[in-house]
Write a protein that binds this ligand. Structure first.
Ligand code: SAM
Length: 229
């Protein structure tokens, strides 16, 4: 059975999806989607050989060799230009997701939907969307095994689309809803930032701009937490 997190990711793919799952590990997501929907097809991309062989194992086990192609390579290098219409990148840091998107831009000509699930540093993903003609269609925050995860769904747009600095950090949809997990996450993030500032001060770090930046973030977080109570 697929994890709650990956089930939610999968729920954003349309029927008849022709998608790539980059960093697919066991290819659980691709196998689930193609099992549920006989008109779907997928490419499972992996940069590491161990996970790739796990992917092949799962694909064989479910007899999905005709519809899922597992490929070894870095990020979007496993794709031909215009080969897929949707893209999933889940379970990595936001900075890595952003660099995978950025380095493989020329492969995304036909991609109309990106479902990203960054584990940390989500702002990177939103910033990449905004700069590259995607707008956020939905966001989800959920908890699994003691971790809080975000899912950020981007769709291609030709509209002028901008987000404020706060929306880039917190997420426009998540900021609207301010649900319990969101407030819990940002309470933790605030405490983390406070500890970092404290450590920087103790270490006599003179980078006052950096400290100021963190303090600004803390004040944004405090605003959001106040409104949420
Ligand atoms: N996507 C699955 C999920 O969300 O459960 C697996 C997440 S797993 C934590 C991250 C996977 O991404 C690992 O299997 C790793 O080998 C792979 N990975 C890391 N960097 C990658 C890259 N540049 N290109 C392709 N795969 C990558």
């Amino acid at each position: 059975k697929l994890s709650k997190r990956l089930l939610k990711v999968a729920s954003y793919l349309p029927k008849g999806a022709n998608f790539a799952d980059i960093g697919s590990d066991h290819a659980y997501l691709a196998c689930y989607v193609c099992q549920q929907d006989s008109s779907a097809q997928a490419i499972a991309g992996e940069v590491n050989k161990g996970p790739l062989s796990s992917a092949l194992e799962t694909i064989n086990k479910y007899g999905l060799n005709d519809v899922i192609d597992a490929r070894l390579g870095d990020g979007l290098a496993v794709l031909q230009p215009n080969e897929v219409n949707q893209l999933v990148i889940a379970g990595m840091g936001g900075a890595l997701i952003r660099s995978i998107l950025e380095n493989g831009k020329e492969k995304l000509g036909n991609v109309e939907l990106i479902v990203a699930q960054p584990n940390v540093d989500e702002k990177n993903v939103r910033t990449w969307y905004v700069v590259n003609g995607f707008k956020i269609a939905d966001e989800v925050i959920l908890e699994e095994n003691g971790h809080i995860y975000e899912i950020i769904v981007g769709v291609r747009t030709s509209d002028k689309y901008q987000l404020t600095e706060q929306e880039l950090l917190f997420g426009p949809f998540l900021l609207q809803k301010k649900d319990r997990l969101f407030l819990e996450k940002w309470k933790q993030e605030k405490e983390k930032l406070q500890r970092v500032i404290e450590q920087m001060k103790q270490a006599k770090v003179r980078d006052t701009n950096k400290i100021k930046g963190f303090q600004e973030q803390i004040s944004w977080i405090e605003e959001v937490l106040q409104d949420g109570e």
